[in-house]
Design a binder for this molecule. Sequence first.
Ligand code: ADP
Ligand code: TRP
Length: 334
Amino acid sequence: MEKKIVLTGIKPTGSPHLGNYLGAIKPALSLAQDERYQALYFIADYHALTAIKEPEYFRHVCYEVAATWLALGLDPDKVIFYRQSDIPEIFELTWILACLTPKGLMNRAHAYKAAIAQNLASGISDVDSGINMGLYNYPVLMAADILLFQSDVVPVGKDQIQHIEITNDIAQGFNHTYGKVFILPRYLTREEETASLPGLDGRKMSKSYDNTIPLFVSSEKLRKLVFRIKTDSSLPTEPKNPATSPLFHIYKEFASPEQVETMQNRYYNGISWADAKQELFEILNVFLEKPRQLYNQLMTDQQKMDTLLNEGARRARSLATPFMEKIRKAIGHT
Ligand code: ADP
Ligand code: TRP
């Protein structure tokens, strides 16, 4: 039986954190182990250009994201792992799809709408102020990423569901005009339970809130960050409710079921916040020690990452080139 394609793009923006690991990286890596699927995971570097304008920083975050996935266990022999910008067919397809995409559909895309809303809220009279065409076309580029590889399943965070729906609209429009070329992808989102790991201040861990625990800081820095996690003012010996504690929430994601049970009882019996923090730090540090080493090695050997990514691009293009030929034929290109 032919394998189904599971594909996802990782936008390089800032240092990946524990929330990104649990919410995106871990589920994607376990899906890649499923023999029914061929996984294609790529660094959506040109998507990030809508926001990043500093070349050095851009280069750095792209490597940072690649090293993160490799350090956490992505097997580049199994997964086709590549940079979006290494696949020229994606950009050719973006244009073809743009010519079929109703402008009104893009007006409704949430990132664009949010940018307009922000201008309005700040009293800026030109609602499009500061909005570039890259941001506006973002969903078309994403549709090309997905459709070019005949993806069946696209694992994404909930904020990306609209983009997959737009991809379906665009694919259907194309198929209606030129005959059935594209298959329609479906999104895959995670269970609610792990949907949102709390950050240092108890809100959802997010780069936008500046409350993250980055994955690959030194163990000293990790300990400092864990000790900054907000707790309530209950006394050391007072019983504590694990269900409402962000500390416990993070702990249970990284500890074994036995450790979780023991810790739960320690909360009920009264554990001091300092001890709870120390235990969390230790569990995280054990989990991150090896990946951190690997990560640091990779970051000093960018050539190695280039070699891996180039090989990934070669494999991705061997899928993309014949399909692009089919798309060109369908539109009447000779
Ligand atoms: P951020 O909010 O830090 O900017 P992104 O929006 O870049 O993170 O998210 C990248 C991926 O990580 C998405 O799939 C998103 O759902 C997941 N993710 C981000 N923050 C969390 C979190 N706190 N808990 C669980 N998953 C998260
Ligand atoms: N837009 C996605 C994000 O911000 C990243 C992305 C780009 C993507 N192209 C994709 C995700 C294709 C899935 C499929 O997270």
